[in-house]
Design a protein around this ligand. Sequence first.
Ligand code: AGP
Length: 359
Amino acid sequence: LLASVGRHHDHMGNEIDEQPAVAQRVLDILSPGIDGGTLWRGLGLPPLDRIDRIAVLGCGTSLHAGRAVAGVFERLGHMPTRAVTASEAAHEVWEPRTLVVALSQSGETADVLRALDTVPADRGTVLALTNNPSSSLARRAHAVIDCLAGPEIGVAATKTFVAQIVTGACVALSGLAVSARRDVAAFDADLLALGAIPETLSAALDAWHNRAKRLAADLATASGFLFLGRGSGLVYAAEGALKLKELSYRWAEHQPAGELKHGPLALVDAGTPVFVVDDGDPRLDVDIAEVRARGGRVLRIGERTLRVGGMPLHLPRRGPSWGPLETVVPLQMFARELALRLHRDVDKPRNLAKSVTVS
Ligand code: AGP
């Protein structure tokens, strides 16, 4: 059984390691269907030019994955998108011609199923993106796509997050491939970035293997953590904070980096650990300087820096529309290493269930 082998004693560690292979599996199966829009059509979805807006719906990690997928429709198709927290959907207003992308690894999350009850039948097409294609969610949706992660045993979602984003990106790119809305140059750049995902995930795993452990030893006594990001990096900051909370039971908060000066900067003191997810936005340099000026300890994730004459030169880059996916790897690894150091059960964090079937 895949779940029982691997270099770690816990499932979570092995599931983190599996991520490049999971991404490759999704790409092998789904990416041939991008060209000509065959994947999109095969799902029975209406042409994207007959859809006016996208709503991604989910809870926790699945909602974070949904936000990343929404970025593809938004940035490549210039479509209005919104993210709906399933447990807060009771008074949601659903406009006609909405594509609702409901994400849930289990497909059994009660909040998600209940939120779908609020979508009038004539208003939205529901696409379920799940790791369980025979789930209640799959039965309720007009179209279903399996995110192909394989069994995930650890309560904290890791490989299903990556699988949802890669799957969702393939589906969105397939819809956009034959749409007049498509930004052609950005679309082509994203196709290249899509194929490189397994490699970038592997590189992150290799780079952080020892570093995550050392950092966890260094930060074991920190009582709180800040996670910052901008634009497409923000969902990864949010996911990093969620992983840290659920595994280590330490306080962690994520914020758009630009919001620091509107309040959260007061939390930063000598040594406060501040993870910064770098999506290439040059304004992060200013945010980082603000943190450093208060003595905060900045941990920049995903940075691309060249040293020119001893001076750091940050390379500008336009990342893919789903954001810097590989940055989640060190954040997952750090959360796990810190939790192990604090003698937590990383596969079964306290108070949590793998599938939340009550709302
Ligand atoms: C993730 O690490 C959490 N355990 C949790 O946020 C989870 O993502 C959420 O409960 C949604 O679950 P689902 O994907 O099965 O719907």
